[in-house]
Each structure stands twice: as C-alpha cells, then as structure tokens.
Design a binder for this molecule. Structure first.
Ligand code: PEP
Ligand code: MG
Length: 314
C-alpha cells in the first residue's frame, strides 16, 4: 500500500526495507529552526550563513557570529547540524569579499576561493563556529562551498581542524570534485552535493539566466552520473555523501539519489513530508534499480519517464 504525505507519520526518514535515510533541513537563518523541527527535520543538512553578512558593509565579528550559531545549535540538541562557510560571489555578491568587476562571476572568485583571498574572514567564521559548538549539544559539521579540487579540500579541512572544528567536509558543486571523488573524499570527513551548482557547472548553463533555464535540471543523466561517482566513493570510504541542493526535495528524484548512494537528504522543510512518504514506497534494491534506469537514460526527460515507468511496475 502506498503512503500519501498527509497520512505518513512524522517518523525518521527510511526506505520500505528500513534503511535509514536521515531527512535534514536547509535553513537560511536560526529563526527558521523551530518550523523545521516541527516538520520533523532530523537535523540540518545545509545552514546557509550568508544572512549574517549580506546586510553588512563588513564581516561581523566573532562574538556576533557566535551568538547566531549558538541560537541555531541550541535548536538541535544531539542532532547533526551542517553549517556551510560563507558562500559569497556569483549569485551572492558581497562588497567586502567579492570582485564586482568579474565578467563571469559564477566562474570567478566565489565560495572558498573568495574566503581564501580573505583568510581572516574564514578564520573568524570557523573560530565562532568552534566556540558555539563547545557551548552547545548539537553535532556540528562544517563544510566549504565551491571547492574544485583535492588541494582546496585539504586546505579547508586542515584549517577547520586547526581552529577546533571536529567534522569538516566539502560541497560537491563543481564537476572536477566529482571526477576526483575518491581523493576528495579521502581528504574530507564528508561530502555534501549541491545539486543546484553541480547542475549549473555540469551543463555550463547559468542558473540565474532564464534563457537557459531548461538546462538547470538535476534529472539530467550527466549530473546523476557524477552523483553516482560520489556515492560509490563515499560507500567505499565509509563516509557520508549528503544531498543539499533542490534535487532532494523532488520525491522521486530523492529515491533515485538514495539509489545512487546518497546517505542523507537535506531540503526546504516544506518538502520533508512528501519525500518521507515516497521513500517508504521503495526498498534499497528498488531505489538502486530506479537509479540505474535514470543514469542509462539519454536525457532528463527520458530519465524521469524511465523512473516513473519502473516505479509503477514495481
Ligand atoms: C547548491 O548549489 O545546490 C546549494 C545547495 O547551494 P546554493 O543553492 O546556496 O548555491
Ligand atoms: Mg551552491
């Protein structure tokens, strides 16, 4: 019997065979935490920290940041909370950090690249996070955005550890990181796939540009094959490979992503109920079969159709 979202109990995310798939929330501010808890989020898979910096002409100091991070962590005692280091640049410009003269800011000094150019801002943020962690009960993980290779992974993880962060990882948003999945995962505690940027960079289509919006489709088998590489590398290394892009909030695609090796799914809290319900309709073997059908398809539309057909038949 298939479950509909409305009658699915607020239980932990799991497949039909009991395989756990923790369902986490994407949050943009500590004030969104209560709603996520109410909707059954088992933790936070992506805390975007840009809100702290956006309205300010300079970076907030350690004490100001720490207060905000504490407010977030206090909402999730005993739960995993993944915080992303400041992701400035491209669609999130910041006057004191990014270069407004770049012709192609999505391919410019954004994310970790921008932080590396202003290491004092990164150090302050990691220090504030480590101090907030020490005074709260949540399980804090910290990750870097827009990482392109192994050297950047090593730079971020070693700096984070030096400043007191216990669990440090990177986002997989650039295809180069998926192509180097084994080495990147060896250098990090975990990886979280940002499917919005991973799709943008795989398809070479600006996610902000309406004229190429049709390329921004995470069902594209080219994107799914990169997810598969990351999932396989994570499984071999026994390290978590989460999803925190919009793709995780599409219930059928969420099943496919788990079939490709995703170990957690993080999404806007409003999507939790539908994803929780759909996972219950499939075993891990079935999710793997759906994933195989999707990656074998020649297009995003064909992948959707193949998965819909195979799911109806199972
Ligand atoms: C992503 O790129 O998928 C992601 C989660 O980060 P953002 O959407 O904030 O760039
Ligand atoms: Mg991103």
């Amino acid at each position: 019997e298939r479950l509909a979202a409305a009658d699915a109990p607020l239980t932990a995310g799991a497949l039909a065979d009991g395989t756990a798939v923790p369902l986490l929330a994407n949050l943009g501010s500590p004030k969104d935490a209560a709603n996520a808890v109410e909707l059954g989020a088992e933790g936070v898979g992506l805390f975007r920290t840009e809100f702290l910096f956006l309205d300010s002409p300079y970076a907030p100091d350690v004490a100001t940041q720490k207060a905000s991070y504490k407010a977030l962590l206090e909402a999730f005692p005993g739960k995993k909370v993944v915080v992303r280091a400041l992701d400035a640049g491209a669609d999130k410009p910041l006057p004191f950090l990014t270069d407004s003269g770049e012709e192609n800011p999505a391919l410019g000094r954004r994310g970790l690249r921008a932080l590396r150019h202003h290491p004092e801002i990164l150090r302050d943020q990691l220090t504030a996070l480590a101090e907030a962690d020490a005074e709260t009960e949540a399980d804090l993980w910290v990750m870097a955005p827009m990482v392109a290779d192994v050297e950047e992974t090593e730079y971020f993880v070693s700096l984070a550890k030096e400043l007191g962060i216990k669990t440090a990882g990177v986002m997989a948003e650039v295809p180069s990181v998926a192509l180097l999945a084994e080495q990147v995962i060896a250098a990090a505690d975990f990886v979280s796939i940002g499917t919005n940027d991973l799709t943008q960079y795989t398809m070479a289509a600006d996610r902000m540009l309406g004229t190429v919006a049709s390329y921004q489709d995470p069902w594209h088998p080219a994107v799914l094959r990169l997810v598969a590489q990351l999932g396989a590398a994570g499984a071999t290394a026994h390290k978590g490979v989460g999803i925190c892009g919009e793709a995780a909030s599409d219930p059928m695609l969420a099943v496919v992503l788990v079939g490709l090796g995703a170990t957690t799914l993080s999404m806007t809290p409003a999507a939790l109920a539908d994803v929780r319900a759909e996972l219950k309709n499939h075993t891990l073997d079935q999710a793997k079969a759906l994933a195989a059908a999707a990656v074998a398809a020649p297009s995003a539309a064909a992948a959707r159709e193949a998965v819909a057909r195979a799911s109806a038949a199972s």
